[in-house]
Write a protein that binds this ligand. Structure first.
Ligand SMILES: Cc1cc2nc3c(=O)[nH]c(=O)nc-3n(C[C@H](O)[C@H](O)[C@H](O)COP(=O)(O)OP(=O)(O)OC[C@H]3O[C@@H](n4cnc5c(N)ncnc54)[C@H](O)[C@@H]3O)c2cc1C
Length: 390
């Protein structure tokens, strides 16, 4: 029988196999991953500290149990080095492996911003459970942590560590938190609640030097400010892992280019998750991955199924001031309107026809994301700057 090989044991790789097994118990599946293959929830990495969880406590299912439950061959601690499309073979650190159909779910790498200084290489990032284990070791004796990046991941870590009792500084060249996701009025809502739990914000600047100082570091910011800190974490974004696909001659852009059926420029190769660019969009979040995995499983089982994405609001895990946002494209035509603002804001993005195509809910409104999602595409009356019902 034809062999499906899946590369990567993150949410994308495991979800597509799990969905496939609901449809077909027999197709041979081999999963190749360079990590341990243990299954864990990556979103927990940015809210596990305050709960006192170590890396082992985040593992939901051990690799061997995953392999047994899913009826797959698991090649853990095995790195894929090349894809030979002409011969449908992979070069891996465990030797060659043949495939009939290949699913690439290799995730993304943290972006590293170049910084100067004798401790530039001490800047950490947390993008998987091994990084988290390393971080937990590094925080022994630490009182102050600096986070480079005030986006979703940076804000979540800031909230988590401040709750766990650390002093936290956030440094971001943008004007306010979560600036790539939402308008200023909404992003500013996070400033005071996070400051109250111990977060100190530095916007409009960036870290230019990291130098060793006694037991910690001196950071020099681009605006000349100096900060003493004990640990530096970079959370400035992710870059889809496209190198293997690119070297194999697959079409790539920011991510591995795939159509709505998750098929790459090679009909035998599919991609999903943080490494994929589905019809021009990279969507590195749980809900798009789950939807893509369900559609791809059907296609692999023989029923060609393009993915159709429903409204997928992003929930930002900042309990000091919760946020749910359905972002709009940077070039979207329309404007943000305030619908309500007491202990948070409710804002709707109205397109040129006054129909809602995005929203942001913060504070006490964050729980209303399902109700707001139901109003998508509907015409809304113009908002006011005071408490106004949508
Ligand atoms: C701290 C944090 C918090 C987050 N919180 C949220 C949230 O609250 N909500 C939300 O929707 N999303 C959240 N996300 C995003 C979400 O977790 C990711 O989009 C998702 O987990 C990505 O899954 P993936 O399988 O595509 O990639 P990954 O989980 O990165 O998996 C990639 C796999 O590929 C393997 N691999 C890589 N290269 C090779 C190679 N050469 N050979 C073999 N194997 C290889 C890796 O070992 C790994 O198993 C968060 C992300 C982070 C980092």
């Amino acid at each position: 029988m034809k062999q499906i090989v899946v590369l990567g044991s993150g949410l994308a790789g495991y979800s597509v196999i799990r969905e496939l097994r609901k449809l077909d118990r027999d197709i041979p599946v081999t999963l190749v991953t360079r990590d341990s293959g243990d299954y864990y929830s990556k979103p927990m990495l940015s809210n596990a500290f305050a709960q006192g969880k170590d890396a082992a406590g985040l593992v939901l299912t051990r690799a061997a149990d995953m392999a047994a439950q899913l009826g797959i061959t698991l090649l853990a601690k095995t790195e894929v080095q090349a894809i030979d499309r002409a011969n449908k073979k992979l070069a891996t650190t465990a030797g060659e492996l043949a495939y009939d159909r290949l699913v690439i779910a290799l995730g993304a790498d943290p972006i590293r911003i170049p910084v100067q200084g004798d401790a530039a290489d001490a800047v950490m990032s947390v993008n998987d459970i091994a990084d988290y284990a390393q971080l937990r070791k590094s925080v022994q004796g630490v009182a102050h942590i600096t986070i480079m990046g005030g986006g979703l991941i940076g804000c979540e870590f800031a909230n988590d560590w401040a709750t766990a009792g650390y002093k936290v500084s956030v440094v971001d060249p943008g004007p306010y938190p979560l600036a790539s996701l939402m308008p200023e009025q909404a992003g500013r809502q996070l400033l005071a609640p996070l400051a109250e739990i111990g977060v100190d914000w530095h916007f409009g600047t960036s870290v230019s030097r990291v130098d060793r100082h006694e037991n910690g570091y001196t950071l020099t910011l681009a605006d000349g400010t100096q900060l003493q800190t004990d640990l530096v974490l970079s959370a400035v974004g992710l870059r889809p892992r496209i190198a293997l696909a690119q070297a194999a001659g697959l079409a790539v852009n920011r991510g591995i280019k795939v159509d709505a059926s998750l098929r790459s420029s090679d009909a035998a190769i599919f991609a999903l998750g943080d490494c994929a660019e589905i019809e021009g969009k990279v969507q590195p979040f749980v809900l798009p991955i789950m939807n893509a995995a369900r559609a791809l499983a059907k296609t692999l089982a023989g029923e060609e199924t393009p993915v159709v994405f429903p409204a997928m609001p992003v929930v930002v895990k900042t309990p000091a001031h919760p946020v749910a946002v359905l972002p709009v494209a940077r070039d979207a035509v329309g404007n943000w309107q305030l619908r309500a603002n007491s202990d948070g804001v409710k804002m709707a993005f109205l397109d040129a026809d006054a129909r809602m195509s995005g929203f942001v809910l913060t504070g006490r409104y964050a729980a209303e994301r399902n109700e707001m999602s139901k109003l998508l595409g509907q015409p809304l009356p113009a908002g006011t700057s005071h408490e106004a019902k949508v």
